[in-house]
Ligand binder design. Structure first.
Ligand SMILES: Nc1nc2c(ncn2[C@@H]2O[C@H](COP(=O)(O)OP(=O)(O)OP(=O)(O)O)[C@@H](O)[C@H]2O)c(=O)[nH]1
Length: 386
């Protein structure tokens, strides 16, 4: 037989879990400084949920104005904060305005009808507002995760708990509408309340775990990016480029060729010695920025060291590489470096090579591109050589 202690125990369990989650998210925001805005919003969302459920449990024991209206507004606010946290984690924007409007509207609607009788009106307002906020947050998360470049690591179905929370709240709103025996009081020991509270407990756990995973994944992806990028030009560093090259070479045996374009800025030492190291850095950044439009999404642009760069072009032969390299050479020549009101002419020499079936490894192809670059330099620079 279901007794009141069943529902009260489940309510207490959710409150305790939300309390612990509040502390964990607070520690992430303030101590670890991990996604601080999103973590703070999650701490507040859990605190609000714990507050609203505590006030729900105290109904009839404490002043009505506090336990009823304040508790209901706190419940809607917890969903608004959850939606804000989700947007901060998935889109990096703390979208709080629509949530604030829903909370204000719900607070007014709750004042419109007195807290008397069976309180079905209030239950519908709270649950429909919560459902709208959760489903909206779910849609935002789904869209943003589907569009994200890291799709495999942070797939869109991670937004599923938000849809389930929305659905659960919709079910609760409709239960008070269609089921005459239903009650908006979660303490009443009905089968529906037991099932609702169990589901709410599981979804609270799942939602917190999913968002913690997303925050952690964001950190891992940021570290990975730092590890594989050259800080000056944001191209791949030598290690990451070598890795990409080995990967492309492994596909050569399976019929997928590739070509390399090696780029070296001309008389770079002279530029450094005359205008200074900062000007040299600016010239490298300018060259990379200019060359980016020549590079497809599948191509890999890496810095081999100093002023030497290499672009890996999958599924490309020597003729294709020659076209790309010539376009690159012309682009570098076109724009001088503007430094302290002076123009310094820039140019680059380029060597190209195509991977051949007989090439033992990627370094053989790289050495051919390097030899071609050397020929370009000895021919007077500012040319492309195969
Ligand atoms: N500003 C700056 N200079 C760098 C960086 N890395 C390497 N260098 C400088 O790049 C210069 C390379 O000079 P060299 O190898 O002689 O080449 P170069 O002067 O371009 O001559 P050619 O390639 O034959 O046209 C050296 O002066 C290095 O100190 C960097 O990250 N920033």
């Amino acid at each position: 037989m279901i007794t009141a202690s069943h529902t009260l125990t489940l309510l207490a369990a959710i409150i305790m879990f939300a309390g612990v989650a509040t502390l964990v998210w607070l520690a992430l925001a303030l101590v670890a400084r991990l996604a601080p805005r999103a973590s703070l919003a999650m701490a507040c969302a859990n605190a609000m949920a714990a507050l609203s459920l505590t006030l729900h449990m105290l109904r009839g024991m404490r002043p009505d104005a506090l336990t009823y209206w304040t508790g209901d507004v706190a419940a809607v606010a917890s969903f608004a904060l959850l939606a804000a946290a989700v947007s901060a984690i998935t889109t990096r924007r703390l979208a709080w305005k629509s949530g604030a409007i829903v909370v204000a509207a719900a607070a007014l609607l709750l004042l419109a009808v007195p807290y008397e009788g069976d309180l079905r009106w209030q239950a519908r307002v709270v649950n429909l507002a919560g459902a709208g906020l959760s489903l909206g947050a779910g849609l935002t998360a789904w869209r943003s995760l589907s569009a994200s470049a890291t799709g495999r690591r942070t797939p869109a179905p991670l937004s599923l708990p938000l849809f389930l929370i929305g659905a659960l709240l919709l079910v609760r709103a409709f239960e008070t509408l269609v089921h005459p025996g239903g009650t908006p009081d979660m303490r009443v020991p009905t089968e529906f309340n037991i099932a609702f509270l169990w589901t709410a407990l599981v979804l609270t756990l799942l939602q917190n775990a999913t968002l913690a995973f997303l925050v952690l994944m964001r950190l891992i992806l940021r570290i990975e990016r730092l590890l594989e990028r050259d800080p000056l030009t944001d191209t791949l560093n030598r290690r990451a480029f070598d890795h990409a090259l080995d990967h492309a070479h492994a596909w050569l045996g399976r019929g997928r060729g590739y070509a390399l374009v090696m780029i070296d800025m001309d008389r770079f030492k002279q530029l450094n010695d005359t205008l200074g190291h900062a000007a040299g850095d600016a010239a490298l950044r300018q060259m990379v920025k200019e060359l980016q439009p020549c590079v497809r999404e599948v191509d890999r642009f890496g810095r081999l060291g100093g002023e030497e760069f290499c672009v890996l072009l999958p599924d490309t032969d020597i003729a294709g590489a020659a076209l790309v390299a010539e376009r690159m050479r012309a682009l570098v020549e076109q724009t001088p470096l503007r430094w302290l009101e002076q123009d310094w002419p820039l140019s680059a020499s380029l060597g190209i090579a195509e991977a051949e079936r007989g090439d033992a490894d990627a370094n053989t192809v790289l050495a051919r591109a390097d030899a071609a670059l050397y020929r370009a330099k000895s021919q007077g620079r500012n040319v492309v050589q195969p």
